[in-house]
Ligand binder design. Structure first.
Ligand SMILES: NC(=O)c1ccc[n+]([C@@H]2O[C@H](COP(=O)([O-])OP(=O)(O)OC[C@H]3O[C@@H](n4cnc5c(N)ncnc54)[C@H](O)[C@@H]3O)[C@@H](O)[C@H]2O)c1
Ligand SMILES: O=C(O)C(=O)C[C@@H](O)[C@H](O)[C@H](O)COP(=O)(O)O
Ligand SMILES: [Zn+2]
Length: 352
């Protein structure tokens, strides 16, 4: 099982991790930003200083074949063996692509994730979904391959800008919605404009535990893990469309807007309480603003949803819906008309 350490002493924990995972050579993957803002925080250890450093361009549009190939090439040309260890130091983009590079290099080497974004810490670094975007689709190529250890330290979050903070917060909100009412209430009450890092730390621990529990029960997403995909059927379509429209949208923003649509469907089809829909909507409206698109994009969005990995056939779109907070209904389908209506609801609500 994957070990998730909520660190109190980053360098001591890392030193310990490196001493218990046998390896011949060490490599560290970063993107340009995590290299600049985060690498120095772990650079006290000699082994880290001497590790092979691989740095790729930042941004989800670089979670692609070219970056993956450059990671493989570096490992190949710098003496990596089946016994080498890769540290992924970065946000979800880095832990996704680095995790997949490790899973596929020589049919699999070990890796350790050190998430440096809120989103990475509460979600992406944990649970073993790895991969890259391909053919205009999110995470189209990948593997389930858990990092040996995930080392979470909130020290990294201090350099995040507001939108990257909120992007991660959307996945926390998702964890609240699929788990229990008290977590959801705390998340809606948290002051996102004036962050109390002590409270945040507690919320992060609670959030990552929601993910750990679910992944432990269903690591390969046959069943309950589909609950972690709330907001993503429509959210991923928004995110992919934003790249073709050359207006890149952060993952968590797409998920937040996807959650609005999917809670609307939950209300319409599964009686999700109206007041909880409105409370969640008003938080998202206040914190995530608006994005502009018209009805002429609906067909393209629907085409993108046909590629969702939860779908059991090409003609039906699969959703995770809720009948209440913490009450997840898996393998729900919705008609094209209902889906378009949910997108209308979002656009009318956020003024897009
Ligand atoms: N595998 C999973 O289970 C899972 C879960 C959720 C999301 N994801 C994936 O994760 C990605 C989104 O993750 P993300 O939001 O972390 O994106 P990201 O990794 O692209 O990071 C966002 C931005 O923050 C920068 N950054 C990283 N650390 C920083 C720091 N400490 N301070 C300042 N800036 C920093 C990055 O360079 C980047 O520019 C998407 O590709 C999404 O599909 C995967
Ligand atoms: O861990 C999971 O399972 C998730 O679905 C978490 C999501 O937040 C994450 O964005 C994941 O990468 C989506 O996976 P996909 O299978 O829909 O591509
Ligand atoms: Zn996500």
């Amino acid at each position: 099982m994957q070990k998730v350490i909520k660190s109190t002493d980053l360098n001591a924990d890392l030193k310990n991790i490196l001493s218990v995972i046998p390896h011949d050579k060490l490599f560290i993957l970063t993107d340009r930003n995590s290299e600049e803002l985060c690498f120095h925080l772990i650079n006290n250890l000699d082994e880290i200083k001497n590790a092979g450093k691989i740095t790729i361009e930042a941004g989800d549009n670089n979670k692609n074949m070219e970056s993956l190939s450059s990671i493989w090439t570096f490992l190949c040309n710098n003496g990596a063996t089946r016994n080498s260890l890769l540290i992924n130091l970065g946000g979800g983009m880095i832990t996704d692509i680095g995790g997949f590079a490790a899973a596929s290099f020589k049919r699999g080497i070990k890796c350790v994730n050190i998430p440096t974004t809120l989103l990475g810490a509460v979600d992406a670094a944990v649970g073993g979904k790895t991969g890259i975007n391909f053919n205009g689709l999110k995470n189209e190529i990948g593997a389930f391959a858990a990092a040996e250890t995930v080392l979470i330290d909130s020290v990294f979050f201090k350099s995040l800008d507001y939108s990257n903070f909120m992007s991660g917060y959307a996945e926390m909100l998702k964890h609240g919605l699929i788990s229990n009412e008290s977590t959801w209430v705390k998340l809606l009450q948290f002051d996102t404009r004036n962050i109390d890092y002590q409270i945040l730390k507690e919320l992060v621990v609670e959030s990552v535990e929601v993910k750990e529990d679910i992944v432990e029960k269903d690591p390969l997403e046959k069943n309950i893990r589909k609950s972690l995909n709330l907001g993503h059927t429509i959210g991923h379509a928004f995110e992919s469309l934003s790249y073709t429209m050359k207006q890149p949208m952060q993952h968590g923003y797409a998920v937040a807007w996807g959650i609005v649509c999917e809670l609307y469907l939950s209300h319409k089809k599964c009686n999700f309480p109206k007041d909880k829909l409105w409370q969640t909507l008003s938080f998202i409206k206040e914190n995530y603003g608006t994005f502009y698109f018209g009805c002429d994009e609906y067909e393209a969005l629907y085409e993108l949803m046909k590629h969702d990995k939860k779908n059991a056939s090409v003609d039906e779109i699969n959703f995770t819906l809720l009948s209440d907070i913490g009450q997840c209904l898996l393998n729900q389908t919705a008609t094209k008309e209902d889906i378009f209506e949910s997108i209308d609801f979002l656009r009318e609500s956020i003024g897009a």
